[in-house]
Write a protein that binds this ligand. Structure first.
Ligand code: UQ1
Length: 445
């Protein structure tokens, strides 16, 4: 542990303390003075916040400092790459950049957290008490990982000698590959929790890559008698949310000899014992390796604000991305209630819709572009192969390469692997964060 870096356990505790502090904030007085005013304020400098703020800037309709981005982060991580870190294919350092350096100097960057929203009065209060006014507000801060939601998890992740690891955080993804390499025999457990998580395919991507690693090392085969045996324990009923891809993945699971525990939700870790809740009661399972996906949920400052629905997600129209009650508020991405799978690929389609509709709105016109729920999951099924799931609302496949070349994307392919490993990180850095990438629709002119 580097000096000054908080442990996962300490961070979980600090998170609750900050949340408690924020809850005690008083509503601002009726008369207030703003410290700064912008035409558009974007809360969040992640994939969505950077795409949207730069697409807005490139519209040519804004002067310097008309647009502001608010984010407390020091670093910006290419999170889709963390599965590759878990497989020893990339380093986490390769995937991060200083956050401030990614924001165009013509955009005002507030390197602060948000304390509270006042959507009726069109301002935001920063964590430092400053009030920032806006004409249009974009709320895209992502979701948070709740490590403490599984008993014993923060401590197990922090303990370097424990075989418990997770690709879901910068601090934890580094431990995964070392633990995969270290396992020579025994039970390897991979989990997926209940509730909404980002990139619902990632829990099994890590499993497929580890399986392939152990297979190549001669430690795993589907016979059930090899030194390593593998279990995928998921709180869901199926391998994946879309039947077309789920059937294929379940076929792979059976063919590869992986035990499937469905509707099993990891609730506690104690030494080498994992406890699962399932409809029939409780199951305790011993493990020699455990890859955990913690539960996730909206940030406290979003959950408790007037913009959130009951579940704590920003309550926007699923087609226009405009807030259902406050017409000058918009949201997409992980923090929104858009009923689709939360991925970076989804942002490529959501951002142009939000931007177009927000610009229309600034001109007093009606939103006229619709989001169809497009999202994608480049599902790594082994080293060198990816099944490129692409679908829209209702779990209906919408495959880019099927449309163009008649290629069925349910078949894991090498070309998709290179897109996942090399092309998407490149296009993200060179184009997407700069506001010129619309995913399957290509470059934005
Ligand atoms: C994409 O554009 C993108 O972002 C840069 C991803 O990154 C994680 C993706 O996974 C996908 C699927 C896209 C969509 C682009 C094409 C060309 C299918």
């Amino acid at each position: 542990m580097l000096p000054g870096r908080l442990t996962v356990a300490a961070r979980a505790a600090r998170h609750s303390a900050i949340a408690a502090q924020i809850r005690t904030f008083k509503a601002p007085p009726a008369t207030y003075s703003l410290d700064r005013n912008h035409r558009v304020v974007v809360v969040g400098g992640g994939a969505a916040g950077l795409s949207i703020s730069h697409q807005l800037l490139r519209s040519g309709k804004f002067a310097p400092n008309d647009i502001a981005v608010i984010d407390p982060a020091t670093w910006h991580d290419y999170q889709p790459g963390w599965t590759l870190v878990g497989a020893g294919l990339k380093t986490r350092e390769q995937l991060r950049k200083p956050q401030a350096g990614l924001v165009n100097p013509k955009i005002k960057f507030y390197n602060h957290g948000v304390g509270s929203f006042s959507p009726k009065e069109n301002f935001i209060m920063l964590g430092n008490g400053d009030k920032i006014g806006y004409e249009q507000l974009v709320v895209v801060p992502g979701i948070s990982i709740n490590y403490a939601s599984i008993k014993g998890l923060p401590e197990a992740l922090d303990a370097t000698d424990s075989p418990v690891c997770s690709i879901y955080g910068y601090d934890t993804c580094d431990k995964v590959f070392g633990k995969i390499e270290k396992l020579r025999k025994g039970t390897a457990l991979f989990t997926q929790p209940t509730g909404i998580i980002k990139c619902a395919g990632a829990p099994q991507k890590t499993m497929w890559l580890a399986l392939d690693y152990w297979k190549k090392a001669g430690l795993y085969n589907p016979s059930g008698t090899s030194p390593v045996n593998i279990t995928f324990a998921t709180a869901l009923r199926t391998m994946f949310g879309v039947p077309k891809y789920s059937d294929k993945l379940d076929e792979l699971r059976k063919k590869r000899g992986v035990e499937g525990l469905f509707q099993h939700d990891l609730v506690a870790i104690d030494g080498n014992t994992a406890t699962f809740a399932h409809p029939g009661g409780e199951l305790k399972k011993q493990f020699d390796f455990l890859h955990v996906v913690p539960k996730m949920g909206p940030h406290e400052f979003v959950k408790k604000c007037d913009l959130a629905n009951e579940a704590g997600f920003v309550d926007v129209d699923e087609s226009t991305t405009r807030h259902k009650t406050f017409p000058n508020v918009w949201s997409v991405g992980d923090a929104s209630n858009l009923p689709t799978s939360k991925t970076m690929a989804a942002i490529t389609s959501q951002a142009p819709v939000l931007v177009r509709n927000l610009l229309q709105s600034l001109e007093g016109k009606k939103p006229d572009m619709a989001y169809d729920g497009y999202t994608s999951c480049p599902l790594v099924t082994e080293y060198g192969k990816v099944l490129l799931a692409e679908f829209k609302y209702g779990g209906v496949p919408k495959e880019t390469f099927k449309t163009w070349f008649g290629v069925d994307q349910v078949v894991p392919r090498r070309i998709f692997y290179h897109m996942k490993k090399d092309f998407f990180p490149w296009v993200y850095e060179k184009f997407m964060v700069k506001g010129i990438w619309a995913g399957p629709k290509g470059l934005i002119k």
